[in-house]
Design a protein around this ligand. Sequence first.
Ligand code: IMP
Ligand code: MG
Length: 178
Amino acid sequence: MEDKIRILLTEEEVNKRISEIAAQISKDYEGKQIHLICILKGGVFFTCELAKRLTVPVSLDFMSVSSYGADTKSSGVVRNVKDLDEPLSGKNVLIVEDIIDSGRTLSYLIDVLDKRGPASIRLCTLLDKPERRVKKQVKVDYTCFTIPDEFVVGYGLDYAQKYRNLPYIGVVEFEAGE
Ligand code: IMP
Ligand code: MG
């Protein structure tokens, strides 16, 4: 059955905001090179759109982590599924995420990546759901949109691996009782 999806942020709104954030990041990193770390799979669309708009030199790497939320395990466990190809030593790392929810994924990533000796680590996310934060210490440097506690898809975000390719951000309208 088709899920009903309500548009929360149009493609134009998302792209405009990414351009603004890219301009801000380019300014903050003037004279430096940014090492973008895309968190697969959700971060892939945002990373590409962001990277295209950065005016400072950029290198790219990819990492995949899997998180088990509080609904399956009370503590929340994050597992490293695919590690980076390149070392981080001396690099200005910018982690690019699709969404920050509990904050467990990013809290784990910062712990792991900080030990590899980067010159700096900052975080950039397309969406933030602050109401859901468990790891309160996670500091986000660049946020495109702060959204309410709703399940969203599109622009890389999935529901059971579907809808990542939607060019906008939508809310899945679950049937009552589902
Ligand atoms: P965390 O709870 O901050 O660790 O978020 C972990 C991951 O959960 C995100 O990177 C997304 O892949 C996924 N996630 C959280 N909220 C949503 C949502 O509303 N839609 C789709 N995926 C989500
Ligand atoms: Mg993700």
